[in-house]
Design a protein around this ligand. Structure first.
Ligand code: HEM
Length: 746
């Protein structure tokens, strides 16, 4: 077995053949089934503790297959792949150990911390690796420490930046061994391997490194001593090397300053290629000034509409991908649909900036879905989608369609009534205030899945207050987050001016509103009859409590998670409905055409249903026209591993465009493309795409079609309606408030 990895020619050929067969399997069956079937049935008997050495080809196939399967599929197969990886790590041969470590590294990378904690699997891996820390082969040390750091990041690291407790942890155990080895090691390659691995290990220990200051300083002093001696002896040649030395010291200075300026920015593994691309772009694009970077240039181009400003800059630099510094952060702005799509699809842009805003709205910790990333985000997003779907969210469900129909009927009843004391502020004298008119209805549609209930018309006033708060959140800060994100101390000078109040209080109001519902649910909770999403979440919390599991579930997370669902439902969805109506007001002939189409397909005797979408296309045609105009400003900003909410507004547009394309597709094919199933794909659960897209499409369709079926909309006498470019550009796009005349069709 000393030559275990040097394949005999025949074995190699067989392995290649097997691999090609397996490749076919991947293509035909998909990755999910690959591991379960092939590893279990074909390979497992060959990879047992006392057989694996006889089957190097099976081992190679195993590794190849393992590398094909990534998050989120790998977790399902953890119990199949882990034993083989552990068996090889357990071997005395260094090559086998390195092999096993690389398998473990892949496994750790592609499962979440909760999955690792199941049945103490993470601890088992740690034990297997810990034993190797005493080995002294340079080729083992690098991958080993890389793997250990990755593992400890998941086992010991908190779910958020702030989960930083200073108790002795396994990071300290590892540091103790590594520092001791580093200090006393005389073998140069081995010492280098330790030194190379040290930064990541120190980074993983966070504040815990303080414990090791003395020893670390001793090691650093030794290195500086080397530099000093080198400088002394190379005096005559120093001029030739001065530039390299200067660069080295400057870089150190820059790195230190940058990380301290970054403040709340999470230290992330930045993909070096993306970073390099960003740096290249930045060199070509707007100049950077201290503190704010290129931000003032952006404001200079168009203070009111930042997305137009990016457009101007993109044209100026003749590029679709702008690079610039927003404050200290290297930022990429994608300025056309294809680039935006690509960015959405690339995991390195999944990161979010852990900034002052994201913490200020959530008890000083970054929680929820909008601003979170890594494990917390994946785990929470997946849980949310799966459980919301159980109650009819984002899929065809008779119950949910009935809930929406109820809201539509309430809205029609309000518009048909001559008065409405509670609703006077949004409807009187045949005129309705948009977008506020729609907000109670849209919130109720979500509320039925979140809290299993709906607010009756008498309580709509309360929902309109929630909507007002939500509009503050989406409108008050410009799309990049602006000066407040770059220099949070500005809030002390003008809280209103910089949008701080609207943002934090707006989000806070929604959180408090939801807190009441959670309290109610906690009082009436029964394990045997789960009523809605809140109950499901409480059940998960209780389960974790009983089993003593530490993961990303907490009551605060539930509050912020729901806040992130309510905010767009209360603000963005009514805003999109209103934009559509504004377009129709500017194109009355399209409104008329849509109404005729509805009359012929649905008639006036019943309300439109989701089944009518395949038969009618004029509402979609209308929508198509309406949304076409928005195409102008489509773009998105990305930051390598730190792309953040600032782009929600651009992205909203991109998403608006996405909606438009779906509408077009419905129009062309007569049937919606992936409407019914779009959110069923597991991949969607951990891609940075809108959680509410399908839900919005369904709901907007039902509201819009019913409104056009029953009413004609026009500008009230003496009151102007917004122009097509009257857009409030905040975190997401919103129309200005305005009154519209509503006349029942006869
Ligand atoms: C027509 C209305 C809507 C539009 C145009 C829209 C658009 C978008 C866009 C562009 C993103 C940004 C993706 C990113 O940059 O990370 C997003 C994210 C999100 N949206 Fe929507 N959205 C709408 C409605 C909704 C609704 C009704 C909900 C909730 C039920 C919702 C929940 C979310 C959440 C939770 C995220 C964050 C997803 C994540 O980061 O994982 N959206 N939306």
């Amino acid at each position: 077995m000393e030559k275990s990895f040097i394949f005999a020619l025949s074995q190699l050929t067989v392995a290649k053949f097997l691999r090609s067969q397996l490749f076919l399997t991947v293509v035909c069956w998909g990755k999910k089934e690959l591991l379960a079937t092939s590893t279990n049935q074909l390979l497992r008997p060959k990879l047992l503790k006392d057989t694996w050495k006889n089957y190097p080809a099976a081992l190679a196939c195993f590794k190849w297959m393992l590398l094909q399967v990534k998050v989120p599929y790998l977790s399902e197969h953890l119990s199949i792949v882990l034993p083989t990886a552990l068996i090889t790590v357990d071997d005395f041969n260094t090559e086998s150990q390195v092999f096993g470590i690389s398998c473990l590294e892949h496994i750790i990378e592609h499962v979440t911390r909760t999955e690792l904690n199941w049945y103490g699997q993470g601890d088992v891996i740690y034990k297997a690796l810990e034993r190797l820390l005493y080995h002294r082969e340079a080729e083992l040390v690098r991958p080993l420490l890389r793997c250990v750091v990755l593992l400890l990041g998941k086992l010991e690291g908190g779910y958020t930046n702030h989960d930083n407790n200073y108790k002795w942890s396994r990071c300290d155990d590892v540091l103790q061994i590594v520092l001791q080895n580093t200090e006393h090691e005389q073998n140069i390659p081995l010492r280098r391997a330790y030194i190379d691995s040290l930064p990541a290990l120190l980074d993983a220990s966070k504040m815990g490194v303080i414990r090791w200051s003395k020893r670390l300083l001793r090691i650093l002093r030794e290195y500086l001593e080397v530099l000093k001696v080198y400088l002394q002896h190379s005096q005559p040649r120093i001029a030739h090397n001065s530039e390299a030395l200067f660069h080295m010291l400057l870089r150190l200075l820059y790195d230190i300053t940058k990380s301290s300026e970054g403040g709340g920015m999470r230290s992330q593994k930045i993909d070096s290629i993306v970073l390099q691309e960003t740096v290249d772009l930045i060199e070509e694009c707007p100049p950077s000034l201290p503190i704010y970077g290129s931000y003032w240039f952006v404001l200079l181009c168009n203070y009111k509409y930042i997305y137009k400003s990016f457009d101007t800059l993109a044209r100026w630099y003749n590029t679709k991908l702008l690079g610039l510094h927003l404050g200290p952060l290297p930022t990429v702005v994608a300025c056309d649909l294809n680039t935006v799509k690509e960015i959405f699809a690339r995991p390195e842009f999944n990161g979010k900036l852990d900034c002052y805003i994201s913490q200020a709205r959530a008890m000083g910790i970054t929680l929820g879905l909008f601003f979170t990333d890594s494990d917390l985000w994946i785990e929470q997003r997946r849980f949310t989608l799966r459980h919301l779907r159980d109650y009819g969210f984002a899929r065809r469900s008779v119950l949910q369609e009935e809930n929406v129909r109820q809201e539509v009927m309430d809205l029609l009843a309000l518009l048909n009534s001559s008065k409405g004391k509670e609703d006077y502020d949004v409807f009187h004298d045949d005129c309705a205030l948009l977008p506020q008119l729609f907000c109670p209805g849209t919130i109720n549609c979500l509320w039925s899945v979140l809290a299993g209930d709906r607010f009756p018309p008498e309580a709509h006033k309360k929902l309109r207050q929630v909507a007002d708060a939500s509009f503050h959140f989406v409108k008050d800060v410009e799309p990049t987050g602006g000066a407040l994100v770059l220099t949070p101390w500005l809030r002390h000078f003008g809280r209103k001016g910089f949008g701080f109040d609207g943002l934090v209080n707006g989000s806070g109001y929604v959180t408090e509103f939801f807190r009441e519902a959670v309290k109610d649910h906690e009082k009436n909770y029964s394990e045997d009859s789960l009523r809605d999403f809140i109950d499901d979440y409480i059940q998960e919390l209780k389960k974790n409590d009983t089993k003593n599991i530490v993961n990303s579930f907490s009551e605060d997370q539930l509050l912020l998670l729901a806040t992130d669902l309510i905010l767009p439902t209360a603000a963005t969805m009514p805003a999109m409905l209103t934009f559509t109506l504004i377009m129709l007001l500017h194109h009355p002939q399209v409104m008329l055409k849509a109404q005729k189409e509805i009359d012929s397909v649905v008639s006036r005797d019943r309300l439109p249903s989701l089944d009518d979408r395949s038969r009618s296309c004029d509402e979609n045609g209308g929508g198509q026209n309406v949304l076409k105009n928005k195409e102008k400003g489509r773009r998105a900003i990305g930051r390598p591993r730190t792309r953040w909410m600032d782009q929600a507004q651009k992205d909203m547009e991109a998403k608006g465009a996405g909606l438009r394309e779906r509408f077009e597709e419905i129009d062309r094919n007569g049937r919606p493309a992936e409407v019914e199933t779009s959110n069923d794909d597991d991949d969607d659960d951990c891609r940075r795409v809108c959680v509410g897209e399908t839900f919005s499409r369904f709901t907007i369709y039902l509201f819009l079609a019913a409104l056009l079926q029953n009413f004609t909309f026009s500008a009230p006498e003496g009151k102007p309606i917004p122009g097509l470019d009257d857009i409030i550009s905040g975190f997401s796009l919103s129309p200005p408030d305005f009154w519209v005349k509503v006349v029942p069709r006869n």
